[in-house]
Design a protein around this ligand. Sequence first.
Ligand SMILES: C[S@@+](CC[C@H](N)C(=O)[O-])C[C@H]1O[C@@H](n2cnc3c(N)ncnc32)[C@H](O)[C@@H]1O
Length: 248
Amino acid sequence: MDKSYLFNTDFSGVLGEDYDLLKHICPTAIEMSHLVGSTIKGYTSATTRSGTAPLTVIELGCGTGITTLSLLSARSDILITAIDNEPTMLNQAKKSLADYVKSERLSFLEEDALSALSTLPDNSVDIIASAYTLHNFLNDYRNEVLEQCYRVLIPGGLFINGDRYGLDDISAHTALIQQEVSQYFKVLTALKRIDLLEHWIVHLFSDESQNHCMRESAAIRQMVTCGFTTPVVQDRNAVSALLTAMKA
Ligand SMILES: C[S@@+](CC[C@H](N)C(=O)[O-])C[C@H]1O[C@@H](n2cnc3c(N)ncnc32)[C@H](O)[C@@H]1O
């Protein structure tokens, strides 16, 4: 058996190179990044800060920088460390967001999310933000990442993730996935990108596998088990939704 297809969650090849075509096959993904950005607008840090110290933000899986730009545009008083372990994606973000790096509002870290979080001190980060990254993690790894997120956030810190949160109703969920597949075929055959179509379909099988899929209720339970208060799944659009939670 060729196991190279198993868990094809990596963005090193054609998926990463042509990631910008995602806006055509899945416009919701772009909207979700905007939502992640606009959600941090209203956040007030729980810590007493000296003067006007900026908020610290860790972004998990910045990819090509779509969500990063939304965060940076949402407010000027934040310092973002954007983490991604895939150079094909990260190099595109580095190029398009170079001005923010120059102005020291943004730094990039090419590292695995769990390793990067593990090196951070307890209670040291105001906001952890992410979009469409956590669903790529295997469940056990994701659990470890969420435990680390809880540890490094300050009390009152915000966790926000716009992502694929599967519907608890499996039949309704399957119907949405069927529509998603139809959309992939419609757009990518029109663009004559059968190569990309193959990669996205293979990737979708990983997303939908039992050891990746984050179902809404299970995801909320997982956040509560990690210690987060009042996790809420909102702004659902098909299989995508926004999850917010606070550290007590
Ligand atoms: C689908 S992209 C999302 C990028 C961006 N947030 C967006 O919405 O367009 C997921 C990103 O997560 C990164 N990623 C996946 N697993 C990771 C891990 N364990 N550590 C760090 N980054 C990871 C991938 O390389 C990829 O760039």
